[in-house]
Write a new protein. Structure first.
Length: 330
């Protein structure tokens, strides 16, 4: 074997080892030696408080989703705007103004800091809280490998350009998901989280009153009976910014397949929901989920959630472990 061939094998082995190392930096039970009670502390807090405010489960998984789509899952969505940053942070960008649950995250983090100061990241805290909140309300469990570190940068304009919008068509959704390493199946499955929670009318009233920018136009892809009900009982005008509407009517607190059933009846609340039925590929995924039953949906949803939770994470010596999730360490 020649020197060149030997060198090639050494380089290949190094690259393979490097890839394995990078992929392995998030691990199950990352805090087993540095803060062994960490995950139990999160679970206990969630189990105590979410039953009294079950609607927070939807809010917290949405927060996790919005965090991961901007700079990866680095808790940048939790940062406040300060005079030192010189810019508006993600938290105050339009897509995130309706986020809630920040105080809940702070409550968990304070307990973690009391147990193990400076050890457990806000990014891991958010990821664990999102999972445990869904499980507490009877939804699916998914693995949350830990070891994320917290980002130092949060820019509101990046939230506008990265977070999928309720008005997006399939092409726009696919572009935003693929930029994070997520495919069409992930898109359909992660959208399934709309089986719980509510939305403000302002996220979809253009479908009812001003579709395609023409005042009085109604989105023809929306079931007419459903649209009439929304206009007469919920969102009474184009400019309604306060009324809340269930994303999965009749099943708002149950993590189930009814969201997909409604999609096929043209009763998805957002344009981004309806977009999932405009492609034979995504429609096929929906039908497979409905045919596979609840347990199959749970299993597939869990895979996509774990995949999303690994998007562009900071590990090793990157970023920091914030003491206060709302501000970077001084």
């Amino acid at each position: 074997m020649g020197i060149t061939q030997n060198f090639g094998i050494v380089v290949l082995s190094f690259i393979i080892g490097l890839i394995c190392c990078v992929q392995g930096q998030l691990t199950q039970n990352f805090y087993s030696s540095t803060c062994p009670k960490a995950e139990q502390i999160v679970q206990d807090y969630v189990s105590k408080h979410i039953p009294n405010a079950p609607s927070l489960a939807a809010a917290l998984i949405r927060m996790h989703f919005h965090d991961c789509f901007v700079r990866g899952c680095d808790a940048s969505v939790l940062l406040n705007t300060t005079s030192s940053t010189g810019n508006q942070t993600e938290k105050f960008a339009p897509p995130n103004l309706s986020l809630r649950g920040f105080g809940f995250i702070d409550g968990v983090k304070s307990l973690l800091e009391a147990e193990c100061p400076g050890v457990v990241s806000c990014a891991d805290t958010l990821a664990l809280v999102a999972r445990d909140s869904i499980v507490t309300t009877g939804g699916p469990f998914w693995n949350v490998p830990t070891g994320r570190r917290d980002g130092l940068i949060s820019n509101g304009t990046e939230a506008l350009t990265n977070i999928p919008a309720p008005s997006n068509n399939l092409s726009a959704l696919q572009t935003r998901f693929s930029s994070k390493g997520l495919d069409l199946q992930d898109l359909v499955l992660l959208s399934g989280a709309h089986t719980i929670g509510v939305s403000h009318c302002s996220s979809f009233t253009t479908r009812l009153y001003n579709f395609s920018g023409v005042l009085g136009n109604q989105d023809p892809s929306l079931d007419s009976e459903y649209a009439t009900n929304l206009k007469s009982r919920k969102c009474l005008s184009l400019n309604d910014t306060t009324t809340l509407v269930e994303m999965d009517p009749g099943s708002v607190r149950t993590f189930d397949l009814s969201y997909y059933t409604l999609l096929l009846k043209r009763r998805g609340l957002f344009q981004s929901d309806a977009a999932l039925t405009t492609s034979s590929n995504t429609a096929s995924i929906i039908n497979q989920l409905l045919q596979g039953g609840l347990q199959n949906f749970y299993a597939e949803f869990a895979k996509s959630m774990e995949k999303m939770g690994r998007v562009e994470v900071l590990t090793g010596s990157a970023g920091e472990i914030r003491r206060n999730c709302a501000i970077v360490n001084s």
